[in-house]
Design a protein around this ligand. Structure first.
Ligand code: LLP
Length: 426
């Protein structure tokens, strides 16, 4: 079984309480407070190695899509596994740079990169730019000219592939804000931008993908498009970035393919091409869990029972945004038999702030610790300060050791960037 096919981190054990990475989750909650993001290093390294093994022998560059979770420590771990990074802002680029990434293995992607971002990315010696549109091609070419360099680029294209995932996380379909339509590629190439060194094509078909056929279709389209361009323009473009997207198992109903199966599906990629893949979710999701403390509860007369926890949509907006489903357990009651069906509600002032609807858990009381699985991806990276609540801390666990990798925000953190103009002071 591949790690992305597991709901829980691979080191999860049931002792008196649940443990991950040899660390008792109730102890972690006591020591660092809740809500608390926990990242299991063994699971993170494990999936990185699965990817490397599955694609061994192929000319494949593994690029982690930083948007899923971008912190100094997780980036350092992923870099140490030999991965490069797919980045979408100067903030992500700066973070992986500070984490010690090999900048030649960093790709800058995104549909509206600013002049400032492009300039800084060139200064930080980012290895590849994924050029998304005509405006950016002009802008990057101008900046590269000013700096006297030639920028290595891939052209982001939209291969018109439908895959079954949530509307908001589809990106490769025809009507998309990302990339050039295939019919526009010739015009970009014909423009002969003097300071852009076009190396190949880049596409990403969507996220939380379970159907391998979408990848086979993508490979067919991109390989034949590359051939066509090379023939028509007498070029030798040799690079293809096929994006990310492999799904993970949030609940028992989810059946994502394994990394090995993904590698099989991509086996039609010719050996003479340099390939990039850039998974985000499937690298980081399973290694992460979030711990919450149970506070109030409410039994709706003749209705359901709500259990409120001390976090919710600000630390995990995915249920509210995408109707995403999660699995949870009571960390301090791993063996309790008596159960009841409850709905886990967040603490934010919005009815839609429900983390998990209708889940069967041991009878819960105030002070119990809930562990929500598979929160490594797109939780902290999309977290907000809604309701002016401090963002949680994050700890890294490994071999019974825990280290804070993101400090909990303080009340001072909430106000320190703000300023009251003198005329408002009394
Ligand atoms: N490459 C490109 C160009 C992308 O746009 C994305 C994700 C990835 C790679 C990584 O895809 P992954 O392997 O993580 O599926 N916030 C949404 C997910 C948005 C994904 C956007 N693009 C969510 O929480 O489900």
């Amino acid at each position: 079984m591949s790690i992305n096919q597991s709901i829980k981190p691979i080191t999860t054990e049931v002792k008196d309480n649940l443990t991950i990475g040899g660390c008792d989750l109730v102890e972690l909650a006591k020591r660092y407070g809740t809500p608390l993001y926990v990242i299991d290093e063994a699971t993170l390294r494990g999936i990185c190695r699965e990817y490397k093994n599955a694609f061994k022998g192929k000319n494949i560059n593994m690029m982690y899509a930083s948007k899923a979770l971008c912190t100094l420590s997780t980036s350092a771990i992923i870099a140490s596994e030999g991965f490069g990074f797919d980045t979408v802002s100067i903030g992500e680029i700066y973070t992986v740079y500070k984490a010690g990434a090999d900048m030649s293995k960093v790709l800058f992607n995104g549909n509206n990169k600013s002049r400032r971002e492009l300039e800084l990315a060139i200064d930080l010696k980012v290895g590849r730019f994924s050029v998304d549109n005509f405006y950016e091609a002009e802008l990057l070419n101008t900046i590269a000219q000013e700096k006297g360099i030639s920028a290595d680029v891939l052209l982001r294209v939209t291969p018109a592939i439908e895959c079954h995932t949530h509307e908001y996380i589809k990106t490769g379909q025809l009507d998309s804000k990302f990339g050039f339509d295939l019919s526009q590629v010739d015009e970009v190439i014909a423009s002969q931008y003097s300071n852009l060194n076009i190396k190949g094509l880049h596409a990403h078909i969507g996220s939380q993908i379970f159907e391998l056929q979408s990848y086979r279709d993508e490979v067919d389209i991109l390989v034949s498009e590359l051939k066509r361009i090379n023939q028509k323009f007498g070029l030798n473009l040799t690079e293809l970035n096929i994006g990310g997207g492999l799904g993970v198992k949030y609940t028992e109903e989810d059946c994502p393919p394994s990394v090995e199966e993904l590698a099989q599906a991509l086996s039609a990629l010719p050996d003479d091409l340099t390939i990039y893949i850039e998974p985000g979710r499937s690298i980081i999701s399973t290694s992460g869990v979030t711990l919450y403390t149970v506070g109030s509860s409410k039994q709706v007369p003749n209705g359901r029972k709500y259990i409120a926890v001390d976090g919710g949509m600000a630390d995990n907006p995915r249920p509210a945004m995408y109707k995403a489903k999660y699995t949870a357990e009571a960390a301090n009651k791993p063996d309790v038999q008596e159960t009841e069906e409850v709905t886990i509600a967040g603490r934010f002032c919005e009815s839609g702030d429900v983390l998990i609807e209708n889940i069967t858990l041991p009878k819960l009381e105030t002070g119990d610790i809930i562990c929500v699985y598979n929160t490594g991806a797109y939780n902290y990276s999309m977290a907000s300060n809604y309701n002016r609540v401090e963002k949680p801390a994050m700890v890294l666990v490994n071999n019974s050791q825990s280290d804070i990798i993101v400090n909990r925000e303080s009340l001072e953190d909430l106000v320190y960037k703000e300023n009251i103009p003198d005329r408002l002071r009394r």
